[in-house]
Design a protein around this ligand. Sequence first.
Ligand SMILES: [Zn+2]
Length: 205
Amino acid sequence: MTYVKVCVCITPEAETRGNRIQRDFVLSKEIWRPISFQLNKVIQLSAYTFRDREISYITPFREQPKVHSLLQKCASLSPESEIYVCYVGGDYFQEPHVIGCAYSQRCKDTWKGFILLTNSAASRPNMYTLAHELGHILLTRRKDGFLTNADPDSPHGSVHHPDPFNLMHAVVPTPKHIRQLDRLLSANQLETALQSPLLHKKSNL
Ligand SMILES: [Zn+2]
């Protein structure tokens, strides 16, 4: 069994109806098989209400005190987790059409992953958004002393895949265009993700 420990953080006004969070993780597990996402902790943080278009994904999070504080809070409440998924209020980030983002922060000799998802990511056409953002974290690796999350198939070092039907395309594919979830990733992507130092491997025996 290959897994990563995840902490889910729910902030006020984040959409949770329709088993959204469960759906996000069931799909992500299906897509990233054999990697599974072990829900280590679920926390509700009432002090962090985000408005629509409040968060920027371009401005570094440490320069956005509320976001920075949220991420630090999550890390302190579940220090054993490797990835933190924060569901926030509002539909978009400040940047047009952006509904999710992923960010890796150095921590001791490795790093931790942080994901923010808005309410637009709850809609059915955007249901692969969590899996996509998890991809940015799982594809993060060390190269020449730096962290990179360049897509392993991208010819120019982009973090996004050139194929519009690939999970890691800049515009995340919608379920309408995808018949088989196992076709969303290339063998190269999965192989790279399986080398992530964030993963734990446990024998099934
Ligand atoms: Zn992306």
